[in-house]
Write a protein that binds this ligand. Structure first.
Ligand SMILES: Nc1ncnc2c1ncn2[C@@H]1O[C@H](COP(=O)(O)OP(=O)(O)OP(=O)(O)O)[C@@H](O)[C@H]1O
Length: 259
């Protein structure tokens, strides 16, 4: 079941370096939220705090509160591995497991969660996830073939199938189309559009047209100056952000005057 995320006063550090300062926002369930902003302003860093991936980096830590469906994911009794199961992630470069078949790639997460999966159940999960990722028709006759044998765009949809096979509550996507050609990009954008009826989707993108096409809400991050932490300048409905933004720097960025 898709869940909302409430972020309050989050600061994010790499060791002593504060990379992101004082971010608060509410990410609605069953919607697509895009993060935009110039390079280095902390979009990816912030995204990775939403499923506790940030703290995997030695010395990295997070202050503030992140609630997933009202529950504090940073509470002392919460297992980060469980959080990452509930909040899936798709990366910039498609990263199917190189030695695994298409079928096994889709099931990789499920197999980590429960060792014994009946063949019929496994088949059903694979078909559902690949159908959900708009890939089933292209691969149904070669499920036993290596995932790496697919095109880049197909590999990215395979990674999305792998992420949704475990039925996460939120799907984070870090520039999921930046390594893809325009046709594959369009396929992934169509998919994002379809997935939002079941999932809460958060996407980092450098492509403002993409943010405008796929998202309902947009957060604009910026840096006050080089070496300063990134911060959230404006969070608004995407239609408003791209027509009448509240902040001057949002308008400047969106109209291509900087960044
Ligand atoms: N592993 C790391 N160790 C130390 N500093 C890091 C690390 N990763 C990122 N940073 C720093 O944190 C800040 C934010 O980086 P981040 O990658 O989140 O920005 P971004 O907005 O996603 O950039 P881009 O659009 O270029 O991907 C930058 O100053 C960056 O140098």
């Amino acid at each position: 079941m898709a869940k909302s995320i409430d972020v309050s006063n989050v600061n994010i550090y790499y060791g002593d370096f504060k990379a992101v300062e004082d971010v608060s926002m509410t990410i609605k369930a069953r919607s697509v939220t895009a993060f935009i902003g110039p390079s280095g302003c902390g979009k990816s860093t912030f995204l990775r705090t939403l499923n506790r991936m940030h703290e995997v980096i030695p010395g990295a830590h997070v202050e503030g509160e992140v609630l997933l469906g009202g529950e504090d994911i940073y509470a002392a009794n919460v297992d980060p591995v469980q959080v990452r199961r509930r909040v899936g992630m798709v990366f910039q470069r498609p990263n199917p497991f190189p030695t695994m078949s298409i079928y096994d790639n889709v099931l990789a997460g499920n197999r980590l969660n429960s060792k014994k999966l009946k063949k019929a159940d496994a088949d059903a999960i694979v078909e559902k996830a690949l159908t959900g990722a708009n890939l089933w028709n292209e691969v149904k006759d070669r499920l036993g073939k290596p995932g790496m044998g697919l095109s880049g765009g197909q590999q990215q949809r395979l990674c999305i199938a792998r992420a949704i096979a475990v039925e996460p509550q939120v799907l984070l996507m870090d520039e999921p189309c930046s390594a893809l050609d325009p046709i594959s990009t369009s396929a992934v954008e169509d998919l994002i559009h379809e997935l939002k009826s079941d999932y809460t989707i958060v996407i980092v993108t450098h492509n403002m047209q993409q943010a405008a096409r796929v998202s309902e809400y947009t957060g604009f991050f910026n840096l006050k100056a080089a070496g300063q932490p990134g911060h959230l300048v404006e969070f608004n409905k995407t239609t408003k952000m791209f027509s009448t933004p509240e902040q001057e720097s949002t308008e400047a960025y969106i109209s291509g005057r900087f960044g």
